[in-house]
Design a protein around this ligand. Structure first.
Ligand code: ARG
Length: 468
């Protein structure tokens, strides 16, 4: 028996229709969740005397046997079944006979699939949280090592003001920290159990929905059976959170690709995380970053796909909803792989600190500080801005940096320049004096790092306590 229905049919399903309708090809990955959910359902049916405790016991043993056999490879999930629910139920009946036919009492595949997807998505969200935590840990240790690694900060991709590598990486830390919060939020709203909602209108059996919800680690049961079987918000929320993670990874990738270019040479990618060219022997390409950037579009597409699927659906369950699985699985697989590979790659990158420093020295990133110097000497800021602008133009012609100009040359631009200018516009001073909260000055940066470290360790202990 490969089908769960058929009583009211007089003809076999057309082959092409079966292939079109079946979901086993992609929902087989839900086998563990399907079995776990069924075990809880059977336990509750027994506790409520809807089936006998002997029958419940047989069902639970049978289900555990199926799980063990699937996991050790002795039982293959084949395409003859319509979906994973049919596979599990048919195998259960094969194994234990009539008691197996009672498992589906008070249940529909509509609440069953809603439960399976929630259990799966919850597990995966937790795994993804751990990958995000790994990435945050890598970032934080790079930040700790690089509070004195000077580099140019950019606006419009033009050198703007000096900063440090710790500060630049710290911007990504904030992004992924917000992502961590979004994953937390998704889990809070996701964690309500739809089991017991039946096809759409509950059931006449005296189910104990709180019992199954608590057996399965949910905060509680959902409160409207129609919504329960047709809610896919949690998938859309997760895919939105994953899209943001991908957007952040993609921006980071774009920067690393630029930094790895022959022109920038700020970083050297590890050989293990780069690839070569079949024709150009000199090439070492940042393919991981390019793929992460490329796969971002794919995750956005998954999100758009499900949003579009859901937009016109009447209540309650419609088969359209089977189309939630491939995009959700794809988004989860893609984001998970990208986050974990990206963090590994990041931890093996070499930053060429001297190249970064020279780039900051040569790019007039201290021009604002030179203007501020004049302000301290009594020149109004707007005038100081004009003076330094003219000075920079001159320096570009002379191919010099501001601090390579002699004091006499400087005085031709403003009599306010004195010997202490050189110290005031040195890269070290420019960075060290940026001490507003959130700025790159190493003193304040270290305080921020300490605060983030504390946050990360408390987040880590919170996510370690979770039901996995
Ligand atoms: N394969 C289906 C899905 O993924 C399972 C639910 C089927 N329910 C139904 N009434 N046909 O949505």
């Amino acid at each position: 028996m490969a089908q769960l229905w058929g009583g009211r049919f007089t003809k076999q399903t057309d082959e092409a229709v079966k292939a079109f309708n079946d979901s086993i090809g992609f929902d087989k990955r839900l086998y563990r969740e399907d079995i776990t959910g069924s075990i809880a359902h059977a336990q509750m049916l027994g506790a409520q005397s809807i089936i006998s405790s002997d029958e419940a016991g047989q069902i639970i043993e049978g289900l555990k046997g199926i799980l063990a056999d699937v996991e050790d490879g002795s039982l293959a999930i084949t395409n003859e079944y319509e979906d994973i629910h049919s596979f599990v139920e048919a195998n259960l009946i094969d194994r234990i006979g009539d008691a197996g036919k009672k498992l589906h009492t008070g249940r529909s595949r509509n609440d069953q699939v809603a439960l399976d997807m929630k259990l799966y998505t919850r597990r995966k969200t937790m795994e993804i949280r751990r990958h995000v935590s790994g990435l945050l840990t890598t970032l934080l240790s790079l930040m700790e090592e690089n509070t004195d690694t000077y580099m140019p900060g950019f606006t419009h991709l033009q050198k703007a003001q000096p900063t440090t590598l710790a500060h630049h990486l710290g911007a990504y830390f904030e992004m992924f920290k917000r992502d961590a919060g979004r994953l937390d939020d998704c889990l809070v709203r996701m964690n309500y159990c739809p089991l017991g909602s039946g096809a759409l209108a509950g059931t006449t059996y005296p189910l104990d929905r709180s019992m199954t919800a608590s057996l399965l680690g949910f905060t509680g049961p959902t409160l409207n059976s129609m919504d329960s079987v047709s809610d896919r918000d949690y998938l859309i929320e997760l895919m939105s959170a994953l899209s943001l993670i991908m957007m952040h990874l993609s921006r980071f990738s774009e920067e690393l690709i630029t930094w790895n270019s022959n022109e920038y040479r700020f970083v050297e990618m590890d050989d293990a995380f780069s690839t070569g060219s079949s024709i150009m022997p000199q090439k070492k390409n940042p393919d991981i970053c390019e793929l992460v950037r490329g796969k971002t579009g794919r995750v956005y597409g998954d999100l758009m796909s499900l949003l579009t699927t859901m937009k016109g659906l009447p209540l309650a369950y419609n088969k359209d909803m089977q189309e939630d699985k491939e995009p959700a699985f794809d988004a989860i697989d893609t984001a998970e792989a990208c986050i974990s590979l990206f963090s590994e790659m990041l931890s093996t990158i070499t930053f060429r600190k001297e190249v970064m420093r020279l780039s900051a020295v040569r790019g007039f990133t201290n021009a604002t500080d030179a203007a501020d110097y004049l302000v301290v000497k009594g020149v109004p800021f707007r005038d100081a801005h004009g003076i330094i602008g003219r000075l920079v133009l001159h320096c570009i012609d002379e191919n010099k940096s501001i601090d390579e100009m002699s004091l006499d040359e400087l005085k031709a631009f403003s009599p306010a320049f004195e010997e202490d200018l050189y110290d005031a516009v040195s890269l070290k001073t420019c960075v060290e004096k940026r001490l507003t909260l959130g700025a790159p000055g190493p003193y304040i940066m270290k305080r921020v790092i300490a605060e983030e470290k504390e946050w990360l360790s408390s987040w880590n202990s919170r996510i370690a306590d979770e039901i996995a």
